[in-house]
Design a protein around this ligand. Structure first.
Ligand code: PRP
Ligand code: GUN
Length: 180
């Protein structure tokens, strides 16, 4: 039903799953080499499907946690990153892998990385399912990127429009009339 609101599919479920396998292997190789037991920190809520897809493929020791930060209202960045829910685990002297659904302006990741460094983390990396470099206002890149997307508002696979469409199993663009 909600799939009827989609104008075009940018990334199919199969494409996303295949890319998650590749990313998981790459991340696993890097952490095996470092010998760290990282905390995999999902930024709620958008990262949940992507994080689930990734971590089930990790064979190295890791812990998981979640944080909720918010800088969005509708489709516009309001440039104010707020912590709505902090992590449960202590991150001092730990390696952190932040899991994001999308990096857009880069403001969220800049603030989150700064916060982890201030808390005494040893190493902070980020894996993002989507990267929208055309919208960047901060100089920041993820360490691992699933796909680059054009400057369009995308939904699905965790990404919402006014809290809906997160449960779509693919990434797509909504029909223009949905925004009215
Ligand atoms: O690079 P930026 O411009 O900072 O944007 C990226 C952030 O925006 C979205 O979060 P949102 O606040 O919409 O929360 P959500 O995951 O609950 O949808 C997304 O999940 C990223 O965290
Ligand atoms: N759902 C959604 N959230 C975003 N946050 C930043 N960019 C986007 C986007 O394209 N879609």
């Amino acid at each position: 039903m909600i799939a009827q609101d989609i104008e075009k599919v940018l990334l199919s479920e199969e494409e996303i799953e295949n890319r998650c396998v590749e990313l998981a292997h790459q991340i696993e190789a890097d952490y095996k080499e470092s010998g760290d037991t990282p905390i995999i920190v999902g930024l709620l809520k958008g990262s949940v499907p992507f994080m689930a897809e990734l971590i089930k493929r990790f064979e190295f020791p890791c812990e998981i946690d979640f944080m909720s930060v918010s800088s969005y209202d509708g489709t516009e960045s309001i440039g104010d990153v707020r912590i709505l829910k902090d992590m449960d685990l202590s991150c001092k002297n730990r390696s952190i892998l932040v899991v994001e659904d999308i990096i857009d302006t880069g403001r969220t990741l800049v603030e989150v990385k700064k916060m982890f460094k201030n808390k005494g983390c040893l190493d902070v990396r980020c894996v993002t399912l989507l990267d929208k470099p055309s919208r960047r206002v901060c100089e920041i890149e993820a360490d691992y990127v699933g796909f680059e997307v054009p400057n369009e508002f995308v939904v699905g696979y965790g990404l919402d429009y006014n809290q809906k469409y997160r449960n779509l199993p693919f990434i797509g663009v909504l029909k223009p009339e949905i925004y009215q």
